[in-house]
Design a protein around this ligand. Structure first.
Ligand code: SF4
Ligand code: SF4
Length: 382
């Protein structure tokens, strides 16, 4: 048996993050039953909630790092326990009290974000390279929209096409928009979920200052994680601006007649609801509406959709951690998309895109299915 120690400091952090929430848990186990991890291994969420109540942390237990913050359990808990906040508090306790080991890959990612403002550890002055041939202006006082692509589409060559397609669409629609260029920092979502509250707060302050200096009033994000963090978490730190996910914004442009989708895209497309757009923010219809506006496109539903969507496995900092073969939710999702006969899996989140592309390669299914962002599909139809 690994050593297990009850710590008052752990209870203090759990109480600080979640108030009285742990008193609400009556150990019914609903959270365990709905957690996607139990499709691939044993993961007793109820037990972790109990550990949090008692201030117990198992030093050698990797469970505290497994939660992908998909929000499935939070939506179903009959007592309204903010389970993700408890997970976050336990990770914070581990990090701040140094009582267990943070997974190496996550530790390096946080160090990268803390040092150079992006998880990949890439140079700050290369952040805007993805836009160098696109003639995109920097946002200045008076610019209508700040387009904030997220670190992954900015730095990862395989995902840059999302940001590039979005820019092409915004230009085509005549939107007055700009980017932050090399001044941007990671929004901090995965840092906070990984339990490093201090680095998160520093990122928030840096971004709010950068936004204020150039008079940002409205932000359009490609990532639901940036969307969620700017919209629901930044206001508590004084960051108040309108936040719109690109799926909402593109649909608005279509409705206003500023984007004319005339070219046929003759594909069977299944849309995957990302956790941070769907279950965290109740945005289900806009992405589907966009797809329905594309001529020739046949929209089909996956076995788990809307509120029941299956997490891709990338939230909660999991995107930066190794997930064993046979335990990847994204592999299951690709199989589900193939079962319903989709030849395109449409995504609205860079994490989903990364995970699904990886799964298509490892499962050797690239002859049968493509992963495309909504922005790319819209671009094809223009
Ligand atoms: S579903 Fe809620 S009340 Fe039930 S065990 Fe999980 S956290 Fe506790
Ligand atoms: S948020 Fe999702 S992954 Fe995390 S414990 Fe709840 S159901 Fe499991």
């Amino acid at each position: 048996m690994p050593p297990v120690t009850p710590l008052k400091e752990v209870i203090d952090i759990v109480n600080e993050e979640g108030g009285d929430i742990l008193k609400l848990c009556y150990q019914c186990g609903t959270c365990t039953a709905v957690c996607p991890w139990n499709k691939v291994r044993n993961f007793i969420v109820r037990r972790i909630m109990h550990q949090g109540q008692l201030g117990l942390i198992d030093f050698e237990d990797e469970d505290v790092w497994l939660c992908a913050t998909c929000n499935n359990c939070v939506k179903r808990c009959p007592r309204g326990v903010e389970i993700i906040d408890v997970m976050r508090a336990l990770r914070r306790a581990v990090t701040e009290l140094g009582i267990a080991k943070v997974p190496d890959s996550l530790r390096i990612t946080i160090k990268n974000i803390s040092g150079v403002g992006n998880p990949l550890g890439e140079p700050e002055d290369k952040r805007a390279d993805w836009a160098k041939d696109l003639d995109v202006k920097l946002h200045t006082e008076g610019t209508e929209i700040l387009y904030f692509p997220c670190c992954i589409p900015e730095y990862d060559p395989s995902v840059q096409r999302v940001a590039q397609a979005t820019v092409n669409i915004l230009k085509k629609a005549g939107v007055d928009f700009g980017i932050l260029g090399n001044q941007a920092n990671c929004c901090g979502e995965s840092v906070r979920k990984a339990g490093d509250e201090n680095v998160f707060k520093r990122l928030v302050q840096n971004n709010i200052t950068a936004f204020e200096e150039i008079g940002v009033t409205t932000v359009v994000t490609s990532s639901p994680h940036c969307y969620h963090t700017f919209k629901n978490e930044y206001p508590k730190f004084g960051g108040n601006f309108e936040v719109i996910h690109s799926s909402q914004y593109l649909l608005e442009l279509i409705k206003q007649g500023r984007l004319k989708l005339t070219k046929e895209v003759n594909k069977k497309v299944a849309y995957h609801d990302p956790c941070y757009l769907g279950r965290h923010n109740d945005i289900y219809d806009e992405p589907r509406e966009i797809l329905k506006n594309i001529p020739g496109l046949k929209l089909i539903e996956l076995p788990y959709h809307h509120e029941n969507s299956l997490c891709c496995g990338g939230g909660g900092g999991r995107i930066w951690m190794e997930t064993k073969s046979g335990e990847r939710f994204s592999d299951m999702r690709i199989e589900q998309a193939l079962e319903v006969g989709a030849n395109v899996l449409a995504v609205a989140c860079p994490y989903c895109l990364l995970n699904f592309e990886d799964s298509v390669l490892t499962l050797d299914k690239s002859d049968f299915i493509e992963i495309k962002s909504l922005a790319e599909l819209v671009q094809e139809a223009l």
